[in-house]
Design a protein around this ligand. Structure first.
Ligand SMILES: NC(=O)c1ccc[n+]([C@@H]2O[C@H](COP(=O)([O-])OP(=O)(O)OC[C@H]3O[C@@H](n4cnc5c(N)ncnc54)[C@H](O)[C@@H]3O)[C@@H](O)[C@H]2O)c1
Ligand SMILES: CC(=O)N[C@@H]1[C@@H](OP(=O)(O)OP(=O)(O)OC[C@H]2O[C@@H](n3ccc(=O)[nH]c3=O)[C@H](O)[C@@H]2O)O[C@H](CO)[C@@H](O)[C@@H]1O
Length: 448
């Protein structure tokens, strides 16, 4: 059922009664939860992915996103009742769907150059199945202006924008809380090509999001909201890192000072640490930097440099800790705890562990690694040995805040390690407790 021209209440009713078909392109950490939530609210949903194994799993009612609580059941029951199915045929999905949601990766390379290939691929497929009255929504985080830059591709269908609707509704969630966030942790941001499309898209998201919708004046404004959220986070993490380095110089504990400062409602000092990884936070600033022609985003560029320098600082802390214990880094056995970019997610994009392992090896250390979400092969891919105990280890370097690391048995570590040095790159351990067991405990913002 085409939705353009309906008011939001009519759209909600149509969606809930199974008269709306939604195709979601990208069955990943964001796309599959969204598809399952739409299906659970009554829509007929087609999940589209280029990965045949992903498609086969979903059609068997199996969820492959293991970091998402509740998603197994949501996928199983909606596949079982026939509301959710998956395909690799993106063109056919567009022909059958009334609404097409683009939620494939939007990435950059190490230098921040955009890699929007998956978005263009999906746009081309949608253009071959687009029908009058259809609505296309980009949910993937987009450099502002990108959604509208796809219009020439969509108009290859022979339709003009206006005959189909275009909107941007950024996915404001994170792996591990996607279902909670999609269904109402935050209001949904929506910008659209025209009033009728905006009205329909508000109806679509009010159906699934209990916090409602914030309509924006344009598609580009909606794109900027999500990107700015990420830039805010990256710049504030850089501020925390810079102040933490100052605290080290002045013998202060950064977290003690930050926690006290943050009791003031206007102060939100973030967590200093081993660096900023993932598909999101280190990427979104480049969307702003690359699009700046007359302005010069100096602060945003400097923040990126500060955050990218933190893995090296963690290596410096490791050298200091070992030296204080009378051991050179060269020849020491160092165990890196964490290969993923953050705890709870098996994702390696710009993980701090990679440069840390490389630099430790350059200095002649024997480097091992362990991560509860990873395998021996992952460690070897990073250039480290795999080690699940602490015997003979001189220094432990924590680079991801996995729950397991917060619960480390310090008594066992003290008994097994050869030299007792801990560099806590994610502030997961209690400094006093570590020092009580005789560890030299260092972290970003407190060099012991
Ligand atoms: N992961 C997060 O916490 C998070 C949070 C908010 C927003 N986002 C944004 O959501 C978007 C998707 O991120 P994600 O974490 O779900 O990625 P992901 O890597 O987990 O999943 C992407 C999926 O898209 C599929 N895919 C790739 N190219 C395709 C194509 N041409 N056609 C169809 N499917 C294709 C892949 O096979 C994969 O299954 C990105 O723009 C990201 O910035 C991510
Ligand atoms: C919708 C979307 O895109 N969602 C994103 C998702 O982001 P994400 O999954 O990438 O996770 P983040 O928590 O942002 O971590 C990124 C890296 O920064 C390090 N870090 C973090 C905080 C800090 O104070 N100091 C740090 O050093 C951390 O170790 C890691 O390496 O969720 C965030 C809400 O959590 C959102 O804001 C963010 O938009």
């Amino acid at each position: 059922m085409k939705l353009i021209g309906l008011n939001r209440e009519e759209v909600k009713n149509a969606l809930k009664t199974g008269r709306v078909t939604i195709a979601v392109y990208g069955m990943g950490k964001m796309g599959l939860p969204l598809a399952a939530v739409f299906a659970d609210h009554g829509a007929k949903v087609i999940g589209v992915d280029i990965n045949e194994r992903v498609v086969e799993n979903i059609n068997r009612g199996e969820n492959h996103i293991k970091e998402e609580p509740g998603l197994d059941e949501l996928v199983r029951r909606n596949v079982e009742v026939g509301r959710l199915r998956a395909t690799t045929d993106g063109i056919r999905a567009a022909k059958e769907a009334d609404v097409m949601v683009i939620l494939v990766p939007t990435l950059t390379d190490e230098r921040g150059n955009l890699k929007l290939g998956p978005v263009y691929d999906v746009a081309e497929k949608i253009s071959k199945g687009l029908e009058r009255g259809d609505i296309i929504i980009t949910e993937a985080t987009m450099p502002p202006g990108t959604t509208e830059s796809l219009i020439p591709i969509f108009e290859k269908s022979g339709l003009k924008v206006g005959e189909f609707g275009l909107a941007h509704a950024p996915e404001r969630t994170m792996t591990g809380t996607a279902i909670r966030d999609i269904t109402g942790q935050y209001p949904k941001i929506v910008g659209a090509s025209d009033e009728k499309t905006l009205e329909a898209v508000i109806g679509i998201y009010e159906t699934i999001n209990g916090k409602g919708v914030i309509p924006m004046s344009s598609i580009k404004a909606a794109e900027a909201v999500k990107v700015f959220e990420g830039v805010y986070r990256d710049v504030n993490i850089a501020l925390a890192n810079e102040l933490a380095l100052w605290c080290e110089e002045h013998g202060l504990d950064a977290l003690e000072v930050f926690q006290a400062a943050n009791t003031q409602p206007y102060c939100h000092l973030h967590m200093p640490g081993a660096g900023v990884g993932g598909h999101c936070i280190p990427v979104y600033p480049w969307f702003v930097i690359n699009l700046a022609k007359k302005t010069n985003p100096r602060l945003i560029k400097t923040a990126r440099e500060i955050n990218d320098s933190m893995p090296h600082h963690v290596v410096e802390l490791t050298v200091k800790g070992l030296n204080d214990a009378g051991r050179p880094l060269k020849g020491s056995n160092v165990l890196v705890l964490g290969l993923t970019f953050r705890g709870g997610v098996r994702e390696f994009m710009k993980a701090a562990a990679k440069p840390i392992i490389e630099e430790l090896k350059e200095w002649g250390a024997n480097v091992y690694a362990y991560d509860p979400l990873c395998t021996r092969e992952d460690a070897e891919r990073f250039g480290a040995g795999w080690k699940e105990d602490f015997r003979g280890i001189d220094a432990i370097v924590i680079t991801a805040d996995h729950r397991e690391f917060k619960e480390l048995n310090l008594e066992r570590l003290a008994g097994e390690m050869r030299t007792k040095v801990i560099v806590d790159g994610r502030n997961v351990l209690d400094p006093e407790k570590a020092r009580k067991y005789g560890f030299r405990y260092l972290k970003v913002g407190n060099a012991g």
